[in-house]
Design a protein around this ligand. Structure first.
Ligand code: ADP
Ligand code: MG
Length: 254
């Protein structure tokens, strides 16, 4: 059943609404009741220890994981088990993973044009024109005709970002996009993400890059054991965390 944004307590400003979202794997509750909202053009960074539910949370937003309880509303569409809603939301939400997940047997250009051509039914020329613009934007237009295996990790991740952007999403989700990269390649990916944030993209980013979080995030969410322990501005978060668990986590990583 499609829910419009009227009458369910949402504001048009909130592009993602999560209300008491729970997710379990067997007997184990990976999300124990997540309530939060993301505003249009907001950049939210999620941090927390390994196993705290960060990936599960963002995977629920585009239904790569199915939540068991609570509500998720993305741009006015409630994420129910109706396949049409799921398709509608996936068209609006781009995702970038730790392990790039490019198609190895396809060129960079074909990786990027595939979804627009198949899902949006764009002609090849139109899809390729946008793909080349996006490759310019992420700084690797000269790699368009190579295969992923011929690129560095940082270049592959920038292709993955361009590929997600090719669907012209309203929201971009990032799950530890720099965690698989050698240190010298992290910056080139973070620079692309920084530019994307500046352009007004709504972003939810799981990362351990605290410099990026401090500089780019509008809000930081700290999770532990399937719950949001604390959320606030980077300023609040890094200088004046309230909860002991947050302080402990920060003392271990900073
Ligand atoms: P994070 O991204 O914060 O490291 P995850 O969201 O990946 O944490 O995982 C949260 C918890 O849920 C972990 O304990 C993990 O082992 C468990 N989990 C995640 N995915 C699955 C799955 N497909 N099956 C069983 N348990 C899972
Ligand atoms: Mg994870």
């Amino acid at each position: 059943m499609t829910q419009q944004s009227q009458g369910n307590g949402s504001h048009n400003d909130d592009i993602i609404i999560m209300e008491n979202v729970k997710k379990r794997f067997g007997d184990f509750w990976a999300l124990k009741g997540i309530t939060t909202r993301v505003k249009r053009q907001e950049v939210v960074v999620i941090i927390g220890p390994s196993g705290s539910g960060k990936s599960t949370l963002i995977r629920c937003i585009n239904h790569l994981e199915k939540h068991d309880e609570g509500r998720i509303i993305v741009d006015g569409i409630e994420l129910s088990h109706d396949v049409r809603n799921i398709e509608a939301i996936r068209r609006e939400v781009g995702m970038v993973f730790q392990q790039f997940n490019l198609f190895p047997h396809m060129t960079v250009l074909d990786n990027i044009t595939l979804a627009p051509r198949i899902v949006r039914k764009w002609p090849r020329e139109k899809a390729e024109k946008l793909a080349m613009e996006l490759l310019e934007r992420v700084g690797i237009a000269d790699q368009a005709h190579k295969y992923p295996g011929q690129l560095s990790g940082g270049q592959q991740q920038r292709v993955a970002i361009a590929r997600a952007l090719a669907m012209q999403p309203k929201i971009m989700l990032f799950d530890e996009p720099t965690s698989a990269l050698d240190p010298e390649m992290i910056k080139e990916v973070l620079d692309v993400m920084r530019e994307l944030a500046r352009s007004g993209m709504t972003m939810v980013v799981v990362t351990h890059e605290m410099g990026f979080a401090r500089e780019v995030a509008d809000r930081i969410i700290f999770m532990d054991a399937g719950q949001i322990v604390e959320e606030g501005t980077p300023e609040h978060f890094f200088t004046n965390p309230r909860h002991e668990r947050t302080k402990l986590f920060l003392s271990q990583i900073l």
